[in-house]
Ligand binder design. Sequence first.
Ligand code: DX5
Ligand code: ZN
Length: 227
Amino acid sequence: MSVSPSAPVMRVAPSILSADFGRLSEAIDQVSSGTDWLHVDVMDGHFVPNVSIGPPVVKSLRPYSERFFDCHLMMSEPVRYLEAFKDAGANGCTVHVEVGGTATLIDEARSLGLRIGLAANPDTPFAAVAPFLGDIDLLLLMTVFPGFGGQSFIGDVMGKVNEARREVDSNELALDIEVDGGIDVATAPIVVEAGANVLVAGSAVFSRPDPLEAAHALRVAARSGRA
Ligand code: DX5
Ligand code: ZN
């Protein structure tokens, strides 16, 4: 896939969850020149207590953007929808380890030609994702409990980010470490310092008067966290 990165390229992935859903293609356009990934938050009202968007919206947005669509599936039964996301134009899908059946999900994503990510909630231990690190493209360590944008960053997750970075580097794995939740110019250097290289940001981008400028500011802040 042409947009696939080789880790650890530093990326800011604006989450369209915080954009105006009535003007999504405009929101994407606004940040396009400043980012090569877009984070798409999919909520099923079951795994998380909120409902957002699904494959039809991804399909509608696809013609408006050549960016990498990083789809975060906060769903209890992601296996039922991977093909629909692929057909809609998703580049990568991230599933939560808490829903189980991880090995099957990875196989299914691979057979569809999707990049596959594995997500862990703030209170899920590193040991739950560790056995899969060699088989995935991205590890998403949530820095809030998923379900809503605009929540406060949970700094305690940094120990887990650190652990993941050590494991990835010592095994020379080509794996992105993504963080999601409460990322802004103040927390970006902290997560980068801990070892993250993909920073998802919703409200810190789309709730700002100038989202492109905000995405740029995040990238600059992230750089300052690099050792
Ligand atoms: C939370 C979502 C996040 C959310 C982040 O459940 O997975 O991607 O959009 O929003 P902020 O950046 O506002 O915390
Ligand atoms: Zn997300």
